[in-house]
Design a protein around this ligand. Structure first.
Ligand SMILES: [Zn+2]
Length: 263
């Protein structure tokens, strides 16, 4: 009896948290969860490694490219061409401002603590103009730089709401789509994960019926890296489960969520 009681106590959370907690929200078709593959900072490895890998699996990704990215400066036609094959060019500001108290590499002129709401709005709007000149699109999403969302101790999330369809921050897989703020969608900023760990993250979203957003930086060597092997293992898993898992750009997934959702 004691064993039974213990096992009931132990098992209960699995039943409670292992299921889709959304009563209203439904993903399209036969999908049980959504996955967004996002890549930050506009790096050459995105053009040279990630896009060919995604294309070989016919999967779409979102690329949060800064305005001052060296790769964007040197290879603007390559960046333009990836948007023609369905990948999203997302806004990641012009100068990647972050909170200098959190990171010692932040230059004083790009320290978010010294920004104002007007200045961040102007910077994000100018980055939108730059990206529109590249891909011709008026609708896009934003990724908070360093996942910082405050200028001078003031949240700029409401500014982001006026400029974008949705925005990505960091945090664990959401328990519910209905209660998720479209302008503060959590993601996992990976740092040398194994392929198994990447796949496990997707499985968590499948169990909850919600969304797994990956925040990648370098692929195949560099900072906050993921190996080509681990990345390919993830893509292989997504492709072989494509009837259950909707992998698409953050923009496409969030457009659907907004259409169906209630916030
Ligand atoms: Zn970044």
């Amino acid at each position: 009896m004691k064993t039974l009681i213990y096992s009931l106590i132990l098992c209960y959370p699995i039943f409670c948290f292992g299921q889709n907690t959304d009563s209203q929200f439904k993903w399209p078709d036969s999908y049980k969860a959504a996955v967004c593959l996002t890549y930050d900072d506009g790096l050459d490895c995105h053009l040279d490694i990630v896009v060919p890998a995604l294309n070989s699996f016919n999967l779409k990704g979102t690329f949060y490219c800064t305005g001052y990215s060296t790769s964007l400066h040197n290879r603007i036609e390559d960046w333009r061409s990836i948007t023609k094959s369905g990948h999203e060019l997302g806004n990641h500001s012009l100068f990647h401002p972050c909170n200098g108290a959190r990171f010692d590499w932040v230059k004083p002129e790009y320290d978010l603590r010294t920004y104002t709401l007007d200045r961040i709005k102007d910077e994000l709007q100018t980055a939108n103009s730059l990206l529109m000149a590249i891909d011709g699109k008026q609708e896009r999403t934003y990724a908070y730089t360093c996942s910082d969302y405050k200028v001078n101790q003031q949240s700029y999330i409401d500014t982001v709401r006026t400029l974008f369809t949705a925005a990505r921050n960091d945090g664990p897989i959401p328990e519910s789509i209905e209660h998720m703020d479209h302008y503060f969608v959590p993601s996992w900023g990976v740092n040398n994960p194994t392929g198994g760990e990447l796949i496990e993250f997707v499985k968590q979203a499948e169990k909850k019926g919600t969304i797994a957003v990956f925040m990648f930086h370098s692929v195949g060597g560099g900072y906050l890296n993921v190996s080509v092997e681990a990345h390919n293992q993830l893509l292989t898993y997504l492709k072989s489960n494509e009837k259950e898992i909707w992998t698409d750009t953050f923009l496409n997934v969030m457009k659907y969520v907004k259409k169906k959702g209630n916030n």
